[in-house]
Design a protein around this ligand. Structure first.
Ligand code: WTA
Length: 648
């Protein structure tokens, strides 16, 4: 291991920040790392001074492991920071350039966005939403999703955005957990020119949960829907006469700003709780430093607001910096495979933040597509969501960054709220495939099972050793799970990220991927257990074991091993049906690549399915010691079946 790392170190191409970039960068003095290390609280405090507070904090941090409070006693409003705070200097600056798949473009200045947000804030208040009530938002990537998030923040109602492609059932589970009485959704939306129904999914999904009292419906897809009297109202009708001003609620630094559900290792999604002060300071600061944001930048983050990246680096971070955002609601290959490059050319995008899966897809499509456009306005490009392989990194560097744009490969999570490990583009020498170093103020390490730091080149677990402002505060309604998942691997002071990693001899971090039962398909997080519990709800399925198989394009794809109930017949139709079942009950991104029928699954003597063994089988790796299995012969049988699939 060590030898290999040495060798690759010698051969490694490294990229220093281009001189002209570094010269003009917001950060070009590496001393920032030392200063922050010497006094992390001082570092965050200094940055906290660049956002707006109604009342400043009494103290920066209270750390009672594993609980932290940041900027204690401070009062602020996240929406005020994103909009009102920009009015004096940038009222007429474009805040948002939104483009639909159809080509429709809508632009909002900061003033216009503020007015729309205030209108909706008043509508929500009218509907009875009070400070602390959780509002669920189930919208595709349209301006209304941003307006909704900010309107909630304005009135102190935490939002819970549910990814639009999730199923109605997934929506209902999240609504139920958050006890949400108001929902914002739309009739439908278009993908690759076809209308996808949204409101119908809502009606079906929430029928059984009976909680929702008000549904606000954006007219967007234009498809026929039914409106339930009293419960459902059209967005455009209620917004029409609503007032364009609304006082923001004064929020405590530790008041909840939003909930974001994410997959974990058990059957139920976890509601990750983020609070206001620390989150705003963290996202404001990291957006500015990592993306080197300048007044004239046109910044495009391709993430959807249904995921954490859309929260931190599409809404709260960029808007609180007064940035001009680009958002696109559609497929990257519609009407053709040059859509992204066309958008960059037309809107003169200077910063692009996207995902490795997208980059690998563009690689597959070939350089002729970006070459059709003038994308020379780009000056910085970023990546997030999964490990980026050196080949894709280099392709991105050469063909999109034109060899001149620094690349920021940013490692972070729903739970961390902010980018944690990433280059600072004016300072850090990058190595393709490495997220490089923890940001100033962040202390990370690679530990072994016992909590000792591993030697360079050795695999271990990624850990965060010190609290940071936007850290997850708890799992909504499930404190036990919060402690169990993140704080019980070593001691209650060290955060377990769930990722495997190693460091090289220069101390650079190389993220390997999840070490728990979380699968990452095209950067989307899917929990094995959640998936399995859905599969076994199908009438033909007795047991299911769901694992990720490495995939060149998507990072991982889903392999679903299934035993059938007696009477059910193995058939191609049933495979198709089960794939469709997963798609319907979770979402299209969760469609299994393979369904493998089997009479038995590898289980412990107590009957627990050994996913570790299944994962090794799916990836054609050595499953290790299998003698403790109930029936070790299952392994060979499954290996054989998997092999046949690969060759068919
Ligand atoms: C993975 C997304 C390698 C990782 C912001 C993490 C990455 C999970 C990177 C969190 C990266 C994210 N390099 N792996 N640059 N960024 N990951 O919560 O496995 O959707 O634990 O947050 O994505 O996924 P989540």
């Amino acid at each position: 291991m060590g030898e290999k790392a040495n060798k690759s170190k010698k051969d490694m191409t490294v990229f220093r920040p281009p001189e002209d970039f570094a010269e003009n960068a917001i950060v070009n003095d590496p001393d920032i790392y030392r200063k922050a290390e010497d006094d992390p609280e001082g570092f965050w405090e200094e940055n906290a001074n660049s956002i707006h507070w109604y009342r400043k904090w009494d103290s920066v941090l209270e750390w009672e492991p594993p609980h932290s409070k940041w900027f204690i006693g401070g009062k602020l409003n996240a929406c005020y920071n994103c909009l009102d705070a920009n009015i004096e200097k940038r009222a007429n600056k474009t805040a948002l350039i939104w483009e639909a798949e159809s080509g429709e473009i809508r632009k909002y200045t900061y003033r216009e966005l503020l007015e729309e947000v205030c209108r909706l804030s008043n509508v929500l208040k009218e509907a009875g939403v009070k400070k602390g009530d959780i509002v669920t938002i189930y919208l595709p990537m349209i301006p209304e999703v941003i307006i909704s998030m900010l309107a909630c923040a304005r009135i102190g109602a935490p939002h819970s955005v549910v990814f639009a492609a999730f199923s109605g059932d997934s929506l209902a589970t999240r609504i139920g957990n958050a006890n949400s009485k108001v929902l914002i959704t739309c009739d439908g939306y278009s993908r690759r020119g076809k209308v996808v129904e949204q409101k119908n999914k809502v009606d079906e999904g929430i029928r059984s949960c009976g909680l929702v009292e008000k549904v606000i419906v954006v007219k967007h897809g234009g498809n026929e829907i039914s409106m339930m009297k009293e419960r459902d109202v059209w967005w455009h009708e209620i917004m029409k006469d609503s007032d364009i001003s609304c006082e923001p609620e004064v929020m405590d630094s530790e008041d909840m700003l939003f909930l974001m559900y994410t997959s974990g290792t058990t059957g139920k999604p976890k509601g990750i709780v983020h609070t206001t002060g620390g989150y705003m300071v963290a996202t404001h600061t990291t957006t500015k430093l990592v993306f080197d944001l300048k007044e004239e930048d046109i910044y495009w983050c391709t993430a959807d607001c249904g995921w954490i990246t859309g929260h931190s680096y599409l809404v709260y971070g960029p808007l609180s910096n007064g940035t001009t955002l680009v958002a696109y609601e559609g497929a990257p290959d519609y009407p053709d495979k040059d859509r992204y490059w066309d958008i960059i050319e037309r809107h003169k995008v200077t910063i692009l933040y996207t995902a490795p899966t997208a980059i690998r897809t563009f690689m597959k499509w070939g350089v002729s597509w970006p070459q059709m456009h003038d994308i020379s306005t780009l000056r910085l490009i970023g990546s997030v969501g999964e490990p980026i392989n050196p080949g894709a990194w280099l392709w991105y560097h050469e063909n999109i960054g034109m060899g001149k744009c620094p690349i920021v490969d940013t490692w972070w999570q729903t739970e961390t709220g902010m980018i944690m490990i990433s280059p600072l583009p004016g300072v850090t020498t990058t190595k393709p495939g490495s997220a490089t170093m923890p940001l100033p103020g962040i202390k990370a390490a690679v530990l072994d099972e016992k909590g000792n730091e591993v030697a360079p080149g050795q695999d271990g677990y990624l850990a965060i050793l010190k609290p940071w402002p936007s850290m997850v505060r708890t799992v909504f309604g499930n404190e036990e799970r919060f402690i169990e998942t993140y704080w019980s691997k070593w001691d209650n002071k060290t955060y377990f990220a769930g990722d495997g990693a190693k460091r090289d001899e220069d101390g650079y971090f190389w993220i390997i991927g999840r070490v728990d039962d979380v699968i990452k398909v095209s950067g989307h997080r899917i929990g094995s257990a959640e998936f399995e519990s859905i599969m076994v709800s199908h009438p033909s399925v007795a047991e299911a074991g769901v694992v990720g198989k490495e995939d060149e394009l998507r990072g991982e794809v889903i392999y679903c091993y299934v035993t059938l109930k007696s009477g059910a017949q193995e058939s191609e139709e049933l495979k198709k049906e089960l794939r469709g079942y997963a798609e319907k009950n979770i979402g299209p991104f969760a469609r299994p690549k393979q369904i493998i029928f089997s009479d038995d699954l590898p289980k412990t003597r107590s009957g627990k399915i050994m996913r570790r063994v299944l994962k090794a089988i799916a990836n054609e790796k050595d499953p290790g010691d299998v003698t403790t299995l109930q029936d070790p012969s299952v392994v060979d049988m499954l290996k054989q079946k998997t092999k046949e699939l690969e060759s068919s």
